[in-house]
Design a protein around this ligand. Structure first.
Ligand SMILES: *Cc1c(COP(=O)(O)O)cnc(C)c1O
Length: 419
């Protein structure tokens, strides 16, 4: 694959990893809708399998031969190369959902008896897998609240009774839906402090909320970066997909597990994501610009009590928060939550009155979405965490899209007027 690391990723999103001469000169990657690949010779087939199963080392510059679409496929390989450019990772792996990527990582790197440390709140599906499924395999987990200090986290680890078994840390920052922050480098320190000569504690960051454009967790020490590519990366609300990025050594293990779980993205899904990546930066920049304007409007409105938006935290947060935002994020993002004056009745009236924005969960798409975390995305979250996060009946979460900002603001204004 052709690579030019010196160019900016957005310049390479239309070409990286694709050779038109191998596809009749087509400027765009065709969809390789095929299950299996024809070997030129039996010797080639033998060689490809030896490399795929690790029976033989790859020679320098040698590409892994195409065998079967559960192992590799040109659409996946091109997509994975392009996602890796954004993350400045060696490589990525594409999955048929965000959950497929996250669960594959946890299954590969955790063994019976191990302890997993994770941040709370974590995405609902991830929470379910950690607390309802992993215990069946003898894997324990302890959570820490987003915003906890290093000392608080270390105390939680000690009190778990399995501190010496810590094997993996999985975090989500900023926390959904109120943008509580976690210091990635601090989590890396905890991982390193619990690593020994024969066991490296790994750190994974779910970067769905801010990535891959506004946050680069690997720069702050993350070993693996996970995405629901359903969100910003695809950004058109028409695909469910996932991705994981990291170094070659770890990603070889992730891809190995993926081969046997068989949860890789399909060629068609990979093709759609490749198309979406071409406009990723444009979309996300426009979304962030719109969000800033919407947040400012909400802040001044007399039916709005409080607005949760990274841009405001950056100005009015504690010194630690300000420094962390400065260090970890290059934008205030496009997610806004706000407390409406009143409770569920007022919140629902607002949601039911929207005309342009859609009432739907998910986020990061080109169309703006609104939802009610307490009764929707966070319906299953414990009362303790909901209170800690200010997820109350009056909270509404917005994911801002690429519409004209004036139309978004007019829509929000008319819906607030209905209350
Ligand atoms: C949506 C989401 C997931 C799950 O991804 P799917 O593509 O729905 O499987 C995981 N983490 C976060 C932060 C998400 O928003």
């Amino acid at each position: 694959m052709k690579s030019n690391k010196k160019m900016n990723p957005e310049s390479l999103m239309m070409s990286h990893g694709y050779k038109p001469e191998l596809s009749e000169g087509a400027i765009k990657t065709p969809i390789f809708q095929t299950s299996t690949f024809v070997f030129k010779s039996a010797e080639d087939g033998k060689n490809f399998f030896e490399i795929a199963y690790g029976l033989k080392e790859k020679e320098v510059g040698e590409e892994v031969g195409l065998i079967y679409s559960r192992l590799n496929n040109p659409n996946l390989e091109i997509l994975e190369g392009r996602i890796a450019l954004w993350d400045e990772a060696d490589t990525s792996a594409a999955f048929e959902s965000g959950m497929a990527g996250i669960t594959t990582v946890l299954l590969e790197f955790l063994n019976p008896g191990d302890l997993l440390l994770y941040s709370r709140p974590v995405y609902g599906g991830t929470d379910f897998f950690i607390n309802k499924i992993l215990p069946k395999w003898g894997i324990h987990a302890v959570g820490f609240k987003a915003g906890s200090t290093k000392e608080e986290i270390k105390t939680i680890l000690k009190e778990s009774g399995h501190e010496d078994k810590l094997a993996f840390i999985h975090i989500e920052t900023p926390a959904n839906p109120t943008n509580a922050l976690i210091d990635i480098a601090m989590c890396k320190e905890i991982a390193d402090e619990h690593s020994t000569e024969d066991k490296q504690v790994l750190l994974a960051v779910d970067n769905t909320y801010m990535g891959p454009i506004w946050s680069s967790p690997m720069k702050h020490g993350a070993d693996l970066v996970c995405y629901s590519a359903t969100k910003y990366i695809n950004g058109h609300s028409d695909v469910v997909a996932g991705a994981v990025s990291g170094n070659i050594e770890l990603m070889t293990r992730v891809k190995g597990m993926r081969t046997f779980l068989g949860n890789m993205a399909s060629p068609n899904t990979a093709w759609l994501l490749t198309r979406s990546l071409e406009t990723l930066k444009l979309r996300m920049e426009k979304q962030a610009k719109n969000a800033k304007k919407v947040a400012k409007f909400l802040k001044k409105h007399d039916k709005v009590e409080k607005v949760y938006y990274l841009g405001f935290l950056k100005k009015n947060g504690t010194d630690e928060e300000k420094a962390l935002i400065e260090k970890q994020y290059t934008s205030s993002g496009a997610m806004i939550s706000f407390d409406i004056k009143g409770g569920e009745k007022e919140a629902f009236k607002f949601l039911n009155s929207l005309r342009l924005m859609h009432l739907a969960v998910s986020l990061g798409s080109n169309e703006s979405l609104a939802q009610h975390p307490a009764t929707m995305t966070h319906a299953d979250v414990s009362k303790e965490i909901k209170d800690h996060l200010s997820v109350t009946e009056k909270l509404i979460r917005l994911s801002i899209g690429v519409e004209h900002h004036k139309d978004l603001i007019a829509d929000i204004e008319q819906a607030l007027d209905k209350i």
